[in-house]
Design a protein around this ligand. Structure first.
Ligand SMILES: NC(=O)c1ccc[n+]([C@@H]2O[C@H](COP(=O)([O-])OP(=O)(O)OC[C@H]3O[C@@H](n4cnc5c(N)ncnc54)[C@H](O)[C@@H]3O)[C@@H](O)[C@H]2O)c1
Length: 324
C-alpha cells in the first residue's frame, strides 16, 4: 500500500530536501508550510518548485496554529505518518521575539499532536535540535543528558515540544520519534545560517562577522546525511513507542577552521570582522550518534570539505542570490 506522509515545514531547507527523497521512493507527500518570514518567500517557493512537477506531491499553504486547517488536512488526505519539521527557526532571532517561537513551535506542535490524536494518526517524527543541550563542555552530547538548561527561547520551545510529545505518546499510544539535528548545511541551506552567509559574503568580497574568538565549534551535518536519518526514522517509528535520537556528524569544527575551509573552496580570503559572542550561542555542539547507528543504521558519509563543495556548486547555480 502506498503511504501518505505529511511533511510540515515542507517549503523550508530540510523539509523540501526530505520531500524530494520520499517522492523518489514513491510516497504520496503532502507538504504544509505557512511561508513564515524568517527568510523571503521566494526562496521557499523555489525550494518547492521542483517538487510540484511530481503528481504525488500536494502543497498546502497553512499555519500549524490553525486548528481547523490541520484537522481538515489530516482527514482529507488520509495521512499515515507525519514528519514534523515546521517551526520558527533561528536562535538569535528568538531572543528578540520569544512569543512568536512559543506560538509556532509549542502551540503549533500541540495542535498538530491533538489533531493526530483525533484523526488516529499514530506515527509522528518530530524535529528537535542540539540546542536543547544548552551550554556544556562535556562532549559528545548523549540523548540521556539533562536538557533543562536551555539558553535561548528557541531551545526552550524545542525542549517543551519534546515533553509534550512524550506525554502524547504515553497517554494516547502514539509512536513518536524525536530527532535532534546538529547544524545542518548543504544545497538549499538556510540563508540566515553561517554556511550560506559566509559563502555568499566571501564570494561577493563583503566582510563577514565572526562572533567570538573563533574557538566555538559546531557539529556540521550534511543535508543528505540528515535526510537519510529522517528516511529511516519514518520507516521504523512503528517499532518503538517513544525515542529521542541525535542526528549529527560527531566531528565538531572550530569556527575559525570552518571559515578557512570556505576560503579554500571559494578561493578568496575572507575579510573578517570580530565581534563578541552573541547571547544564546553555545560554545560547542557534538553529537553522540551511537543510538542513531543502532536504531536507524545511521552512518553520516559526507565530510565537511565535500559537503561545502556541494553547497558551493549549488550556490553558483543560483540565478538569483539572496543578499545575506
Ligand atoms: N537547519 C538546522 O541546522 C537545524 C538544526 C536543528 C533543528 N532544526 C529543525 O529542523 C526543522 C527544519 O529546519 P530548517 O533548517 O529546514 O528551517 P526552515 O526555516 O528552512 O524551515 C522551517 C519551515 O517551517 C515553516 N513554518 C514556520 N512556522 C510555521 C507554522 N506556524 N506553520 C507552518 N509552517 C511553519 C517555515 O515557513 C519554514 O519553511 C525545524 O524544526 C528546525 O527547528 C534545524
Amino acid at each position: 500500500m502506498t503511504s501518505t506522509l505529511l511533511i510540515t515545514g515542507a517549503a523550508g531547507f530540510i523539509g523540501s530536501s526530505t520531500a524530494e527523497r520520499f517522492l523518489r521512493d514513491n510516497y504520496i507527500v503532502i507538504g504544509l508550510d505557512n511561508f513564515d518570514e524568517s527568510y523571503p518567500k521566494w526562496i521557499k517557493e523555489l525550494n518547492i518548485k521542483k517538487l510540484s512537477d511530481n503528481s504525488n506531491f500536494t502543497f498546502i499553504e497553512g499555519d500549524l496554529t490553525d486548528q481547523s486547517k490541520i484537522s481538515s488536512v489530516l482527514k482529507s488526505y488520509k495521512v499515515n505518518t507525519i514528519m514534523h519539521l515546521g517551526a520558527k527557526t533561528g536562535v538569535r532571532h528568538s531572543i528578540e521575539n520569544p512569543l512568536d517561537y512559543i506560538k509556532a513551535n509549542v502551540l503549533g506542535t500541540s495542535i498538530l499532536l491533538e489533531e493526530c490524536r483525533k484523526a488516529n494518526v499514530k506515527e509522528i517524527i518530530i524535529a528537535s535540535s542540539s540546542s536543547v543541550y544548552g551550554e556544556r563542555n562535556k562532549i559528545p552530547f548523549k540523548e540521556s543528558d539533562d536538557i533543562h538548561n536551555p539558553i535561548s527561547p528557541y531551545a526552550t520551545t524545542k525542549s517543551m515540544v519534546e515533553s509534550i510529545a512524550q506525554t502524547y505518546s504515553k497517554l494516547y499510544d502514539m509512536k513518536i520519534t524525536v530527532l535532534r539535528f546538529f547544524t545542518v548545511y548543504g544545497p538549499k541551506g538556510r540563508p540566515d545560517m553561517a554556511p550560506y552567509i559566509f559563502i555568499h559574503r566571501i564570494c561577493q568580497s563583503q566582510p563577514i562577522i565572526q562572533f567570538g574568538d573563533g574557538e566555538t565549534s559546531r557539529d556540521y551535518t550534511f543535508i543528505s546525511d540528515i535526510v537519510d536519518g529522517i528516511f529511516e526514522a519514518v520507516r521504523r517509528t512503528s517499532k518503538w513507542q517513544y525515542e529521542v535520537i541525535n542526528l549529527g556528524n560527531s566531528e565538531p569544527i572550530r569556527l575559525s577552521d570552518f571559515i578557512t575551509e570556505i576560503e579554500n573552496i571559494v578561493g578568496k580570503e575572507a575579510n573578517i570582522i570580530k565581534e563578541d559572542r552573541k547571547e544564546g550561542d553555545v560554545s560547542t555542539t557534538c553529537a553522540d550518534i551511537s543510538k542513531a547507528r543502532r536504531l536507524l543504521d545511521y552512518n553520516p558519509k559526507i565530510p565537511l570539505r565535500k559537503g561545502l563543495e556541494q553547497m558551493f556548486d549549488w550556490y553558483n547555480s543560483l540565478e538569483e542570490k539572496y543578499d545575506a
